[in-house]
Design a protein around this ligand. Sequence first.
Ligand code: ADP
Length: 382
Amino acid sequence: MAEVTEAQVLAALGTVKDPDRGTDIVSLGMISGLAIKDGNVGFSIEVDPRRGPALEPLRQAAEKAVDRLAGVLSVTAVLTAHRPAPQMQGGAQAAPGPAANSAPRAAAPKPAQPKPAVPGVRAIVAVASGKGGVGKSTTAVNLALALAARGLRIGLLDADIYGPSLPRLMGLSGRPPARDGRTLEPLTGHGVKVMSMGFLVAEDTPMIWRGPMVQSAIQQMLRDVAWGELDVLVVDMPPGTGDAQLTLAQQVPLAGAVIVSTPQDIALLDARKGLNMFRRVDVPVLGIVENMSYFCCPNCGHRSDIFGHGGARAEAGRLGVDFLGEIPLDIAIRETSDGGTPIVAVAPDGAHAGAYRAIAETVWQKVSGEGGRRAAPRIVIE
Ligand code: ADP
């Protein structure tokens, strides 16, 4: 079947009128972020935040109009605030934007309910980093697999929508099946349920995300996905500590955060920014993982501390945060990760899998309260 084109989608959307203004939503410039992949269409409808909840019928009408086109397999329309939400303080902040209100029940706006839990999900754990490229996604994947190897029911949510890499790292492709036209089923890889923007949009498709769109996409991946019963949902956060990350940390009901750092990046304060970010929004930092901690020569087995190994352990001690473990820089980790067969899955008896399992054990003890260590320590920044 021929791939549906952007022009066809826009023509279909051109038949949908904004009820209050009587003009179609394309002419009004309300459509943005249109993405088409293998017949899966996604876009946002930018609306005034105050009108958001009342516009659920419009959102549905837009989805229906596109759904009628030949070659369309799924349509996801998201209501998006056309102005960035003002930065609010404290309790008021958690009011979900209109996008979050695009949930199926076109409910009247509810009073701000800070971080409602995700039904069926026992603990949500963020994996974060001060900057990109430190191995955050690799750690998230192997942590998830190590938790699953312990017999826990695990989900993996790719909140790194700027560069969703979990489909590749988990060796998954294809489209998540839609259950009832709007609830998506996660895909399953290596025994873990996975949802990623990368299933809906090609990994190399450049996408421009504005703040409210990021929040809306992640809220939908959190709440409009049939996660079922999970012990832990591991969230691969977008790298960095900017506004988008802060808002996420604030809006997702996190049980705690794991900070991934390389030895040099903790020295350069990037990891500390991550700690501070979670501290600001009162999310317990479960600890720091030092990734690419030291280098094991694949030929002779010689170990060299090319990045000044051990910095994270010392720094964690200074900051009053637990040190969760160190993972060496090893080509086997890169190859298995980038090949979609994470090291914990393919070499479960190896040293690396053991290291990830130890990290997983500590994380699970902290978020489940099992093992007698319930609360994460408060962070003390000197
Ligand atoms: P991030 O999510 O922080 O951007 P990734 O997990 O995508 O980082 O890792 C970046 C690159 O580094 C990937 O190619 C990955 O395979 C590789 N990598 C991550 N951790 C290790 C490691 N411990 N040893 C070797 N390569 C690694």
